[in-house]
Every structure is written in C-alpha cells, then in structure tokens.
Design a protein around this ligand. Structure first.
Ligand code: SF4
Length: 398
C-alpha cells in the first residue's frame, strides 16, 4: 500500500479569499448572518447538531456540496455537486426543510426545483459565489442591448453555467437559451449552435472557452470576452459580429488561482504525476494538464485510478483533502502549494448549521431562500432545456 503523501498546503496571508465580507443585500455574498450563533468553541456543537437533526427526523434533508468543510459534510444526508444536490432535493418532496450546505445560487436552484411548500435554507446568507456575483442581471441586460445594437441577438443563444444567479438563468430562459453544467457544457454548446450562429456564454469565461476550443474545435480567435465594466463590453461592433462565442468576463476565484507554472512545478516535485483539473481553470492550465473534467469526473477518475498512481488535483481543497484520505493507496496532492479553499463555501460551519437546525426545532425557519415566481418560471425553462439535451436527464452531473 502506498503511503498517503497528502500534505496540507502552507497558509499564506492571501490563502483564504476574502469573500463574504461587507453588507450588500443585492450581492450573492456580503450579507451578515442575522442569527444568534453558538460559539465556535462550544465543545457540544457536534452533539447539538446530532440532537437537532434527530428531533427533526424525516422533516429535514441536509445537502452537502463537495467543497464543504468536513464538520458540515458529517451531517449531510447526501453529498454532490450543485446540480445533483438540487435534483436530490427535488426527489425528497416529503422533506419540509431542505438545509443546503453550499452557496446561494445552489439554494436558489433547489428552491426552483422543489415544491413551494418546502423551505430551502442556507445556513449562512453570506455564503455566496464570487463567480455568480460577476454577472449581475442589470449588467447582462445592458450587454444584451449592446448585442441588439450590433444586430446579432436574433442569431445568438445565451447559455449560462449552473453557477449563476436565478435571475441570469431566467434571462437565458426568456431568450431561448439554456443552463449548462461543467459536464454537459459541450452538449449545451452544440445544441446552441443548432439553434443559432453564436453563443453568449455566462458567467465563466474559462468553462466557455475551454469547451468551445477543446470540445467543439473552435479557434481561440472565434471567442471574444465581453467586459461589463467597459463601454460596449470593450468590443467593437465588428468584433461582436465576427465572434462565434461571446464570453462573459467572469471566473472562479478559486480555480482561477492555478497557473501553468503550478502545473510545471508539481511535475518537477512529483515525477510521473497525473495532473487532473476542473474546466473552471484557465485555458493555459487546462492545456498543461493531463485530464480535465467536472467534480464528479474528478472523483470517479481517482476512484478508478490504479494503486500507486500519483495525482495532482486542481480544484477546491476540501474535496482534494477528502479524496486523499479516502484513497491512501494513491498519492494525491493539491495542485497549488498554498491553501485554496472557497471562502464563501467555508462560511457554512458547524455553528451556522447548529443554529439553523435548532431554529427549525423551535419552529422558526431561518435564512429561507425564496426565488421570485416569475424568475423561477423562466429559470426552470432554461433548466428544462438542459435536461432535454440528449443524455443529460439520464446522467446529471456538474
Ligand atoms: S468554488 Fe468558485 S464557482 Fe464554486 S462557489 Fe466557490 S467561487 Fe463559486
């Protein structure tokens, strides 16, 4: 048996991304939790969570995203990526309370896909997603106006990644587009090119570019980046008309930290290592890696890997740590040498989970996520279009 070589990356002042700060209620993040939370130092937290969950019994269903802390995952009824968890929630219509240990857009999707009588709860309202925050609905509507002025909206199909707000999903639904995940982005783009001549891809430029170039065979020059902070997106009318894919200037702050240099360094440190990364990484990182795929793909690849094989994984650190612990017969290392948690995901901790569960026991529903009915309707249209793509409904993954 191979010794587990997993070494916790060194913390640095910049290691934890400082998201979830401030107080902007229109943001995916930055909303202070209103609760009277138990102290993180309370030695009875685990027992309190266990007791509250037991009292709620079948009334509560706890979802844990792959990037959550171990202390939270320990109480999850199911784990998975965002889309799997939303579907898991929809498959439990008997559960009154869906406690979503993930981030805000995921809880929104669960609310859209579950019955209105079920309450979806996000234990900390500050658990947002910096990528989703990079595409505000007002910015996207302004961008659509720019595309209309260029005379291309009739031939452009919007596709949004699951990691976007409900309002952006509704925008794509209203404009003949669809949602995609990191595992079905290729099928979604192929479908879009059957409906129109161009794709407007939101909000992750890297997933859009990696899919268009590496899966569909388009040229890098076929893609342009629309910057919402520049007039006209920073593009000329000619550039918009010539482009096949218009990428929104958004990215994941966690996956965006990996560089081609980190790939080269790990190859030097670990001879024979296989580099496995998520498609939210930059194009240069994906090109330098051996394998690229969604969170579920990463998990399955490691499960199927031969004993003694060596892996460097470029995704969120909590997942990489759990994979290393679950597979001591393989050498698993984190792609970066510094800590790289998703700090907003990490806002869901044991005190917040205990507070939300104990509040439910006392008959108080806290931090309920409710999507506006009209937004929910159009977002579901876009989600249903994704589910109608060949093979997607059979094997949903993110
Ligand atoms: S890992 Fe990236 S995309 Fe996922 S929730 Fe965190 S910031 Fe958002």
């Amino acid at each position: 048996m191979t010794t587990n070589h997993f070494v916790e990356p060194a913390p640095t002042p910049l290691a934890l991304l400082l998201l979830g700060r401030g107080a902007d209620p229109d943001s995916e993040r930055g909303v202070e939790c209103p609760g009277d939370l138990p102290a993180a130092s309370d030695p009875g937290l685990v027992e309190r969570a266990r007791a509250a969950k037991a009292k709620l019994g079948e009334r509560v269903f706890i979802l844990g995203h792959h990037y959550q802390r171990d202390e939270v995952i320990a109480f999850a009824d199911v784990t998975g990526d965002s889309f799997k968890l939303a579907r898991d929630a929809a498959a439990r219509p008997d559960a009154e309370f869906i406690v979503f240990c993930g981030v805000h857009f995921m809880a929104e999707s669960a609310d859209i896909l579950t019955d209105s009588s079920q309450a979806v709860i996000l234990p900390d309202l500050a658990a947002g997603c910096s990528m989703a925050d990079m595409a505000a609905i007002a910015q996207v509507e302004d961008a659509w106006d720019v595309l209309a002025d260029a005379g291309i909206t009739d031939v452009t199909i919007p596709i949004t990644y699951m990691n976007s707000t409900a309002a952006i999903k509704a925008f794509t639904g209203r404009n003949n587009g669809a949602v995609c995940t990191s595992s079905n982005a290729q099928r979604a783009l192929e479908w879009a090119f059957e409906q129109g001549q161009k794709v407007f891809f939101l909000p992750d430029q890297h997933l859009g570019r990696n899919t268009a170039v590496l899966e569909l065979g388009l040229a890098l020059d076929d893609c342009v980046v629309f910057d919402p902070h520049k007039p006209g997106g920073g593009l000329t009318t000619e550039q918009l008309r010539a482009a096949r894919v218009i990428l929104w200037k958004g990215h994941c702050s966690v996956h965006g930290r990996f560089t081609a240099k980190t790939v080269a360094q790990v190859r030097e440190r670990v001879p024979g290592v296989n580099v496995l990364v998520h498609p939210e990484c930059t194009h240069e990182v994906v090109l330098a890696a051996d394998l690229v795929g969604s969170t579920e793909f990463i998990i399955k690849t490691i499960e199927a890997a031969p004993t003694g094989s060596a892996w460097a994984i470029g995704t969120e650190l909590n997942l990489v740590k759990r994979l290393a612990l679950a597979h001591p017969d393989k050498s698993i290392t984190f792609l970066d040498q510094t800590v790289c948690f998703c700090s907003t995901m990490n806002r869901i901790d044991l005190p917040h989970l205990v507070w939300s569960l104990e509040s439910l026991v006392e008959g108080r529903i806290v931090n309920r996520i409710v999507v506006d009915p009209d937004v929910a309707h159009w977002a579901k249209v876009a989600l249903d279009r994704m589910l109608a793509l060949p093979g997607v409904a059979v094997a949903p993954k993110d």
